[in-house]
Design a protein around this ligand. Structure first.
Ligand SMILES: Cc1cc2nc3c(=O)[nH]c(=O)nc-3n(C[C@H](O)[C@H](O)[C@H](O)COP(=O)(O)OP(=O)(O)OC[C@H]3O[C@@H](n4cnc5c(N)ncnc54)[C@H](O)[C@@H]3O)c2cc1C
Length: 438
């Protein structure tokens, strides 16, 4: 493992910019195909969007209404794959969808939707159920009873998003020809006549700058992509993103008497997830336009008020207040513009691969859940260009290292912390604090 920019080589076959889940997926896949590569991130790995999600691996039940069946099919298969590959980092959860007499979607519609959801998983999902009012409040005691008609129950997965990204990177870094370096920013990139790319990087910790050459450059910079692509005038990049901000709050698990995850469907057409995870409950999310700097965001007062108002509408007995919030976070969905709709909630979560020059790949959009297939759009091309056969079975195999730290159940032991410090790209005390509970 390299420790700073000075330890990088002068050339790599591929340089990946952005160490969220998408870049990590590209890195691991190239490593598994023995293509030497370097991945860098301006901040800590997985410190931006990929640790600010609703922490679900899911097909996206609400995308059924937009008839996004291929997306839901792909995401459900990926969810069920990761439940097998990384059972210590994700678990299946029952999601209750309460139905009230004034709900937009009646019971029969929910039943059809949930059947379709299971069908699109090739029936790998645990089967959906319909519950009566009494059964719904028996398990989720704080749920509003008035006008409740029952609930639909379906299954998705809860994931530790930040930790999964780190493990994907760690697996990739097992190949000594593949290097990962955080706190290193992209300053400049030039496409040379020699068909190589000259990439100028800056180590944000040591202050050192270095020019490194590569054959291919991959941008996996999520919501930051339009800004980064416009740094180079040779590409003639037109902005492609419709950034959408989303915020979450964490509550103590005792603050709401619920035993399952619950999907709230307020009448503004949005959805809010309430998801128990270990000793806490996650509530989110919002959806709004964003204008400010995209790094290290916090929720606005308006977003917090919106989440609390909806929570108290569905859990009136609990009366959750601002003071109950343990912590909160915000991130930006890297949505790709969809000409058919300007509504953020309706913009499809499909991913896009752009190749403005033969050796320049840009991956944007998509969801955390589909990072593996997203990465494959690029890695297949790069592997073939190296005159190698692309082997699909490599990325669906379990990780090659053995540590089994379960962030939902365990606090990391001292021994595990030492191992993380050694193999998980910890470059400063903040990295350790942000990533692990110990
Ligand atoms: C509120 C919210 C809820 C979500 N919930 C879910 C969910 O439950 N399930 C799901 O599947 N998906 C969900 N998503 C979507 C998912 O989180 C994203 O699609 C995914 O994390 C994007 O990953 P990424 O690697 O493309 O971007 P990022 O994780 O943002 O990675 C991009 C990286 O590029 C780096 N970078 C930027 N500029 C530079 C530079 N100049 N030099 C070097 N590095 C740079 C950044 O530091 C960053 O780490 C949600 C998203 C949001 C915002």
């Amino acid at each position: 493992m390299i420790k700073n920019l000075g330890e990088t080589k002068d050339t790599y076959s591929t340089i990946i910019i952005g160490g969220g889940i998408v870049g990590a997926g590209v890195f691991r896949d190239l490593s598994l195909h023995d293509i030497d590569c370097l991945i860098i991130d301006k901040k800590d790995f997985s410190s931006q969007t990929s640790s600010k999600s609703s922490k679900m691996l899911h097909g996206g039940i609400r995308y059924l209404e937009n008839f996004d069946f291929p997306l839901v099919w792909e995401a459900l298969h990926e969810k069920n794959l990761w439940l097998k590959i990384a059972p210590h980092l994700c678990f299946e959860e029952k999601f209750y969808l309460p139905i009230y007499s004034d709900s937009i979607r009646p019971k029969w519609m929910i039943r059809i939707g949930l059947f379709l959801y299971d069908l699109l998983s090739s029936f790998e999902n645990s089967p959906y159920e319909m519950k009566s009012k009494e059964e719904s409040v028996a398990i989720n005691k704080d749920l509003k009873e008035q006008d409740l008609r029952g609930s639909g129950v379906y299954h998705d997965a809860v994931v530790d998003d930040a930790r999964l990204t780190i493990e994907v990177l760690r697996d990739g870094a097992l190949n000594p020809r593949c290097h990962a370096l955080n706190h290193t920013s992209l300053e400049k990139y030039e496409f040379l006549e020699s068909k190589k790319v000259a990439v100028t990087l800056k180590d944000e910790i040591t202050g050192e700058s270095k020019k490194i050459h590569c054959k291919d450059i991959v941008f996996a910079t999520g919501p930051f992509t339009d800004q980064i692509m416009s740094m180079n005038k040779d590409i003639h990049w037109e902005p492609k993103l419709l950034p959408s901000r989303g915020s979450h709050i964490w509550l103590d698990k005792d603050r709401l008497k619920i035993e399952t995850a619950i999907l709230l469907t307020p009448n503004d057409g949005r959805v809010i997830f309430v998801i128990p995870q270990g000793d806490r409950i996650l509530v989110g999310t919002t959806e709004s336009k964003v204008e400010e700097d995209y790094f290290d965001l916090s929720p606005s007062d308006e977003e917090i008020t919106y989440l609390l108002a909806n929570l108290n509408q569905y859990f009136p007995k609990a009366n959750v207040e601002k003071e109950d919030i343990l912590s909160s976070f915000a991130g930006i969905r890297p949505l790709v513009k969809d000409d058919s709709t300007a509504a953020l909630g309706k913009t499809a979560r499909v991913h896009k691969h752009y190749q403005p020059l033969h050796n320049c790949h840009v991956l944007v959009g998509g969801k955390y859940t589909t990072f593996r297939t997203m990465a494959q759009d690029v890695t297949r091309i790069i592997v073939h260009n190296h005159k190698k056969a692309y082997d699909h079975s490599k990325t669906v195999a379990p990780f090659r290292f053995k540590m089994r730290y379960n962030p939902f159940k365990d606090k990391a032991t001292q021994e595990q912390i030492e191992e993380m410090k050694k193999y998980e790209f910890v470059r400063c005390e903040e990295d350790l604090k942000r990533r692990y509970r110990y």
